[in-house]
Design a protein around this ligand. Sequence first.
Ligand code: ARG
Length: 569
Amino acid sequence: MLNFKKEISNAIAQTTNIEETEIYSYIEVPKETKNGDYAFPCFKLAGKLHKSPMDIANEIKQNISLDENIIEKVEVVSGYLNFFVNKKCLARIVIDELKNTSEYGKSNIGKGKNIVIDYSAPNIAKPFHIGHLRSTVIGGALYKIYKYLGYNTIGINHLGDYGTQFGKMIEGYTLWKDEYDLQKDPINQMMDIYVRINNLCKEDEAVLERCRNNFKKLEDGDKYCTEVWEKLKALSLKEFERVYKLLDCQFDSWNGEAFYSDKMEEVINILSRTGKMHESQGAQIIDLEDKGINTPIIIKKSNDSTTYATRDLAAIMYRARTYDFDKALYVTSYEQSLHFKQVFETAKLLGLDEKYTNGLEHVSFGMVLLPTGKMSTREGTVVKLEDLLNEAMDRASKIIEEKNPGLENKAEIAKRVGIGAVIFNDLYNNRIKDEVFDWDTILNFQGETGPYIQYTFVRTNSIIEKAGVDIKNIKVSEEYLQDEDSQNILKLIYSFEDVLKEVTDKNEPSILSRYLISVAKAYSTFYNNNKVIVDDAEIKNTRLFLTHATGKILETGAKLLGIQMPDKM
Ligand code: ARG
């Protein structure tokens, strides 16, 4: 697809003798349309050219040679050069691209680059609660978007399947397995066993000792303990799978923390050879104060057991060797910021190539705030993710029943609308912000919501359906796409790939969510101001094509966020 920015930066490079790539990196998209479609801030070159921005702007304007059929106007406004693209040209390239590609915006800019995304990672034998929603949804969207841009993307579910609590679970299971029907309602039953064995441990020191011993045996590969652990893990995964299916989430690896049990020794050996690891109150720690981190990292606890951090260090070594990653993203709440700071700093001591330690990134996010306040496991207000998703579908189903009772396939539509609403809400704000969870806002068809995007998509489809045209074979004319409303839509569609790139630059899916809202709004404005079905066949077909294009972008973008479109709603 013709790249306007490139056309402009090429032309500027020729008149200034400055590298085209440098020029390219300075080009901006002005906030106000009166300042053109692209702008070049000339002060960026003031140092190199030893001239004032105003002089540079005027000189470039005088000497620049641009094809009028591509860039139709250049203006100088206080040290800026503002470029206006040729409206017909914009329309033509967008139309051609949409007609010639089945997957609009797909690219291979990421070819040859490996991106590891560590996301979701719930804990085995515990409920998959709403706190894991954000990691699952943000990680899932990034996974899809990186893939769409051609990166070799590896999704890892670093399950919490390790720790002393499994010694307890094994003990509880052994004592009471016949009293529970674990197949039927595994997580709740396991939670019950866990609470019960914990109480027993408090009363009876001998039981606690047996639990500790179980964990030790599990680490040493004891057959019985491993079997029980695997069984509990499989039961949990069966429940988690249902959630992943609803959220359309994929993983390439399910290696959880336990996978690293035999890989920590190497880490500990390397770290002790650095001379930086030392004993403190019986534990093995590394001070990171000189790196600006005031809390030391604990590599081994005083009872000799390893830590969450040690396992993450082992995972970094393993992932570097196995996936040769260019970036390794960790999608967790900001509550783990200190943990990842410590781990990333300590990883530099492992003797890995800098490529790997530079590629580590914590993609952090804020809390989910329910209308009643912050949720927490300890306060006993755990909301199970599956219950939440079921409620979303129920509520969507009630709304559909009210609005459109005659609809076919209502259950599937309610599923898409309900789940889509939850996902969109999660991705709507900058990820670091806390997320407010309020059903009425989330499901409002008129708000900046998932259902609004879906509703607009469905509307575009029904307009085309009613018109009864074969959209692939109609004649579209750029003549009739030069008005402001059409141009606004075209510009947005044109920028789709850049939007996706920006998402991966910042690991921020909300850039795409907000973009989709702009597309839907731009279409609403167009639709309110223009009749689509008019007598002139060419105008009608052109407007129908614009309608189709809008739907296509909304569908593609939503899918990349993990949201499915309903056919009708
Ligand atoms: N299981 C952890 C939790 O629930 C998240 C794991 C994140 N990934 C990692 N490599 N530490 O908080």
